[in-house]
Design a protein around this ligand. Structure first.
Ligand code: SF4
Ligand code: SF4
Ligand code: SF4
Ligand code: FES
Length: 958
């Protein structure tokens, strides 16, 4: 456990680190030090252990030099330079502690304090306030100016933001918040208005923080040295006493946090400045949206019921687990070994995911295991394996800081991967060029101080055509990196691919109209990508969730290979993985055809290794994928499901099909923290544990394995891994782990890419990027450096096959979907936090011309019909989408976004085609029939849950 007040764990060196080949030596208070050129005197002093008082400086921000607290004396320099803005020079002689300096600093501090409330003892920052600390450092004992003059003490607090307050009476106008918003977050929402005494911090674009352009990342709160910007949770609970380093459980960035505690209560989450994925930054979800973990809706007792129309019965863990096991066995006896299966969770830890797939392969005795990556990044796994030889992204996030050209395709980083989005914008502000390929005008296209050079606003469903047109330009305009291709790639495959993309039918002039993008824009993008220096591709679900998702991934890998943009920093192929552990759930063998480490179940040698370790006979044939499970449920051959931490009833396409399949099952066992949509069809509910309640690891989009550390006991008495062990034992297959570290040790023994991973090594390194083995004991930040994992890179043919989902006169618009910053996926967590202040319902975006021709105005209820179903959403008229294209988020179950998505899917992996649905819309005044049925069913399930709870309360009273 790391003490937050341990200076070694989180020391602020005042100004950022500088990198330079040139080293500079100087003397500070008679002690010698050598530092890289460009380092500030303040930082050099801090590295020597010398504290120079400071207020406006902090080492996460560029120095500003406004507070005049850090003055020093330097031989040969006039006056008293600010140490934060003065760079070291060779032979410099610095004094930081003289009586003259002490007097000057005390004078400055007197001025600050004369306009500051003297309420230290009752202030929420008491004990953790830099102003208080510095007042102590400079030895301030009296304020000669008195407190009666003009001051700001009566200014009104802005409490509009649900997570933090702004109390201007405490502001010392140090500008740290403004710089944090600019430099760290890149939103530029804050400014200092007025001059001199009238200077005040103001949030732009609104009267208060909530209505402003602020996206509530909290960087300003973290940077503020006083209680001016302060978390409401600290105001309510008090200053934390200890902290534990752990990893965010929301998105695939995998930010590291200090969970700061007071007793057993979580006070706040502070992004860890040593976090290798986030470097001390966060977004609104990770920093603030953790209240769901103790929300009253949490179910903390196991429950069973015979039929889904029965009330739930709360039972002991033993009873619930034994009931589930007996049902699984009964069903297997009656319908056969393959009639049951399991779904692993990308929200749970690697260790938990590993156990679920192990349970399916051992205790169930089949390979019917799948994971939610099926519906998001399974094409990444397939496409990158085929071309590069490994099913994972090639870079670190930091690599973007060396990219000259950044191509973002089918991804919206500022909403879905916000901390990486901020880093990307930082690189753009340094001058990198940006190409966005997306049907929607995402924020990156045009945001403060970051603008795309090119936005190819293609029609949904035409990614492969676009990639082929880009490749055509590169090949036919002589932009191929021939030495790279000759040395690193399969010659015959390249020749075949080159001939294919060179065909006239792949020219931008032919495919541009298919994509709805001018040919010249495609040519300009191809030239920029191929010739602009280091070029990196970042892509998301807008690439994978298509009928040709795998083809697009291969097309992206082809582009990187043909231009030599792979195998070093600043380049690469970077899938932006959605959920916190979607990479890990794939790595851990969650797919029905692969054992951990992406090794095919049909491989006799690999299977033998696992058979020996697990002491069972494994099946050599792949099991059912999630869509196959649904089909088999409907045809009567699949009868029971164990579903951990995944809400297939909300997240999978064609909701009616999914719910019909779930209704056809004889036993559904759901393990989750809430009664989610899938649990409404369940017969056994095993209460899950939040990320705060267990130990384990997550693997982020960079292949970075980071520790998850328990900060509180599981509310239900068992962590998820313990529940899976209990179920396995009840099924007659005993698993005997005392701690998740032992599970990781087993993973390391059985998975070549994890050989050197252990909790001890993770503690030592902070985190590790796999492969981590004897060849790479410190992990592998960049992949494919000297050769591809498969040896030679393989160009794959990417013929464009238009989706079956076509517009016609009945369904003339194309619907595509995406996420929003403040909500997360099915919303089960974020809907139970104050994040609803920003997004309390899904909104349906429609271009003004399409809205006008249908008589629809902002806020109207709109009926949306597809070939799969109908739903109703509220309209948001927006030019972010092109005419003919409509868009919605999918965070609320009652929206029924997946009632309208079809069950078309990727040809290779069955990943659903969420991003293309032909629809028609009309103005309506009431919910759809599905929504009415959904509401009635949900109300009834809520009643069945409440009835059980009331019954138990009655028993307790008796
Ligand atoms: S709000 Fe805090 S960080 Fe911002 S200027 Fe005021 S004291 Fe400094
Ligand atoms: S919370 Fe983030 S976006 Fe909002 S003002 Fe602060 S730094 Fe800027
Ligand atoms: S960017 Fe992702 S991992 Fe980081 S705090 Fe936000 S949700 Fe969590
Ligand atoms: S810390 Fe150097 S001027 Fe403020």
């Amino acid at each position: 456990m790391i003490n937050i007040f341990d200076p070694a764990s989180d020391i602020d060196l005042g100004t950022p680190e500088r990198e330079s080949e040139v080293q500079v030596s100087l003397s500070i208070d008679g002690r010698e030090i050598t530092v890289p050129s460009g380092t500030s005197v303040m930082r050099a002093a801090a590295l020597l252990g010398t504290t120079i008082p400071k207020l406006c400086a902090t080492d996460s921000l560029e120095p500003f030099g406004s507070c005049r607290m850090c003055l020093v004396e330097i031989d040969g320099m006039r006056g008293y330079p600010a140490s934060c803005t003065t760079p070291v020079t060779e032979g410099m002689v610095v004094r930081t502690q003289t009586s003259r300096l002490a007097g000057l600093r005390r004078n400055v501090m007197e001025l600050y304090i004369s306009d500051h409330p003297l309420d230290c003892l009752t202030c929420s920052a008491n004990g953790n306030c830099e102003l208080q600390t510095v007042a102590g450092q400079v030895g301030l004992r009296e304020v000669r100016y008195g407190y009666e003059g003009d001051n700001h003490l009566a200014e009104t607090k802005d409490v509009s933001n649900p997570y933090f307050d702004y109390d201007p009476s405490k502001c010392i106008v140090c500008n740290r918040c403004v710089r944090a918003c600019e430099e760290t977050q890149g939103t530029f929402a804050l400014t200092i208005t007025g001059r001199g005494f009238d200077s005040r911090v103001a949030a732009a674009g609104g009267d208060n923080f909530l209505d402003s352009e602020c996206v509530s990342c909290g960087a300003c709160v973290q940077a503020c040295p006083t209680a001016t910007l302060m978390e409401k949770s600290v105001v309510e609970i008090g200053q934390p006493e200890r902290s534990v380093i752990t990893t965010c459980a929301y998105c695939g960035v995998g930010c590291s946090f200090r969970a700061e505690m007071k007793g057993d209560q979580l006070v706040r989450m502070v992004p860890d400045k040593n976090g290798q994925a986030n470097h001390g930054h966060s977004c609104v979800k990770g920093r603030f949206a953790w209240g769901y973990a103790t929300h009253p809706d949490r179910i903390t007792k196991p429950m069973i019921r015979k039929h889904i129309n029965d009330p739930w019965q709360e039972v002991s863990w033993d009873e619930a687990v034994n009931y589930a096991a007996s049902e699984f066995r009964r069903i297997q006896l009656k319908y056969g070994r393959d009639s049951i299966g399991g779904i692993t969770s990308s929200r749970c830890t690697n260790e938990e995911t590993y156990l679920v797939q192990k349970l399916v392969r051992t205790a169930f005795g089949n390979n019917n295991v799948d994971t939610c990556a099926r519906v998001c990044h399974s094409p990444t796994g397939y496409g990158l394996k085929q071309t590069l030889g490994e099913s994972a992204g090639t870079q670190t996030f930091d690599s973007v800081m060396l990219a000259d050209v950044i191509l973002v395709m089918g991804a919206n980083p500022t909403d879905a991967h916000p901390v990486f989005g901020s880093q990307l914008k930082r690189r753009l502000r340094q001058g990198a060029r940006l190409i966005v390929i997306d049907p929607r005008r995402i924020d990156l296209v045009d945001s403060p101080h970051a603008r795309a050079d090119l936005h190819l606003q293609l029609r949904p469903g035409t990614n492969v055509a676009m990639l082929n047109a880009l490749a055509h330009v590169i090949v036919t305009e002589g932009l191929v990196n021939q030495p790279f291709v000759d040395e690193r790639c399969e010659a015959a495959d390249f020749a075949r691919w080159r001939d294919f993309v060179s065909l006239p039918e792949n020219a931008p002039e032919v495919l541009g109209p298919v994509c709805g993008v001018p040919a010249e824009q495609i040519r300009a993008a191809a030239r920029l990508y191929a010739t602009g220096g280091n070029a990196a591709i970042y892509y998301g679900l807008g690439v994978t969730e298509h009928s040709q998702g795998s083809t697009s991934v291969m097309g992206i890998a082809n582009l990187a290979m043909v231009t030599g943009n792979i195998g070093r920093e600043g380049v690469g192929v970077n899938p932006l993985r959605g959920q916190n552990n979607v990479q890990g759930s794939c790595d851990m063998g969650s797919f029905p055809h692969e054992l951990p480490g992406y090794r095919h179940v049909s491989n006799d040698v690999v299977r033998a290794q696992f058979e020996q370790a697990w002491n069972v006979t494994l099946q050599p044939d792949p099991g059912l994928r999630i869509p196959n499970m649904f089909e088999a449920a409907l045809d009567g051959s699949f009868k029971a499901l164990y579903c951990q931490g995944e809400d297939i009833a909300q997240s999978d396409p064609n909701t009616q099909h999914v719910t019909a399949a779930l209704s056809a099952l004889e036993c559904v066992v759901v393990q989750d923290i809430f009664l989610n949509e899938t649990a409404k069809f369940a017969h056994v509910f095993l209460p899950g544990s939040s990320f705060l309640e267990k130990d384990g690891t997550f693997t982020n989009a960079e292949r970075r394995i980071s520790r998850v550390r328990k900060v509180m006991e599981p509310l239900a008495g068992k962590a998820d891994w313990e529940a899976t062990m209990a179920l396995s034992e009840a099924l007659g297959y005993k698993m005997d782990y005392k701690h998740p570290s032992e599970i990781m040790d087993e993973i390391a023994r059985l998975t070549p890419t994890f050989t050197r991973v252990s909790y001890a090594e993770l503690d030592r390194h902070g985190s590790l990027q796999w492969p981590c083995n004897d060849d790479a004991p410190d992990g592998t930040p960049i992949m494919h450096i000297d050769e591809f994992v498969r040896g030679k890179g393989r160009f794959m043919l990417t013929g464009y096959v238009p989706t079956d989902e076509k517009v016609n006169s009945r369904y003339p618009l194309l619907l595509t979907t995406g996420r929003i910053l403040s909500q997360y996926n099915v919303g089960a967590q974020t809907r139970r936090t104050e994040n609803v202040a920003w997004h309390e319902e899904d909104r349906f975006e429609i271009h003004p011309s399409d809205a006008e021709s249908r008589g629809i105005v902002e806020g109207d209820w709109v009926g949306i019909g597809s070939r799969a179903g109908q739903t109703v959403l509220r309209a948001k008229v927006s030019e972010r989408v092109a005419p003919g294209v409509v868009y919605t988020t999918f965070h609320f179950p009652e929206s029924g976004a997946n009632v309208i998505t079809t069950d078309n899917s990727d040809w290779a992996t069955n990943c659903p085609e969420y991003k293309v649905t032909a629809v028609e819309i009309v103005r309506v005044s009431q919910p759809s029939e599905w929504q009415k049925r959904y509401q009635a069913f949900s109300d009834e399930q809520g009643r069945l849950l409440r009835e059980r709870r009331h019954a138990e309360k009655a028993e307790v009273r008796r």
